[in-house]
Design a protein around this ligand. Sequence first.
Ligand SMILES: NC(=O)c1ccc[n+]([C@@H]2O[C@H](COP(=O)([O-])OP(=O)(O)OC[C@H]3O[C@@H](n4cnc5c(N)ncnc54)[C@H](OP(=O)(O)O)[C@@H]3O)[C@@H](O)[C@H]2O)c1
Length: 183
Amino acid sequence: MTSVVYSTATTLTGQLADEHHSLSWLFAVESEGPDHEAFLAGIGVLVSGSSTYEWVLREEDLLAHPEKWPSYYGARPMVVFTSRELPVPEGADVRFVRGPVADALPSIRALAGERDIWLIGGGDLVGQFDDAGALDRLELTYAPATLPAGMPLLPRRIGPDRLVLRDVQRFGQFAHLSYDVTR
Ligand SMILES: NC(=O)c1ccc[n+]([C@@H]2O[C@H](COP(=O)([O-])OP(=O)(O)OC[C@H]3O[C@@H](n4cnc5c(N)ncnc54)[C@H](OP(=O)(O)O)[C@@H]3O)[C@@H](O)[C@H]2O)c1
């Protein structure tokens, strides 16, 4: 059955990026994280908010170099939540949605087919999925860095009654925690 999985790297203090959307604290770590290709093989559709999508476009200059898109996320579709009109790299399967997660969920699940849904972030969008009762797993890769402020990992109150630790792994300087999220 399809699971909705939030997989991300984070600081020890629970930020996805600093307040300027920089990931320099992450790219400074020399270790390799978990096997991205193996994770991606189980994913049918990617979901992100607009800041994350715009970061990806900027980081790889994907509008000028659309041929880099498949090496980033593979040929699978990406659903971006936004209230704005945003550009799409030529040939990329990007679909824009807006409004309540519950309204978009049936079409996102249909795109995933038998495979899982990867919530890339940001944190509030993942919180909106949880609000809609549609967050099944957390795959969190902790980098050896703290920040005083930045973009939040998951700005919701989800307690130990709803989180079940399933696995702990070490990848060099990264610590990877897997949790099931119950309703
Ligand atoms: N460490 C990592 O591995 C990692 C992973 C993911 C993200 N990141 C970074 O973390 C940062 C996250 O940025 P962020 O916190 O701003 O989150 P975000 O989810 O990427 O973007 C938030 C924006 O998405 C749009 N949006 C969200 N929910 C919506 C809805 N229901 N309907 C319509 N639009 C909706 C809104 O913008 P508009 O309506 O104005 O478009 C909202 O301001 C980025 O810098 C990203 O690059 C890092």
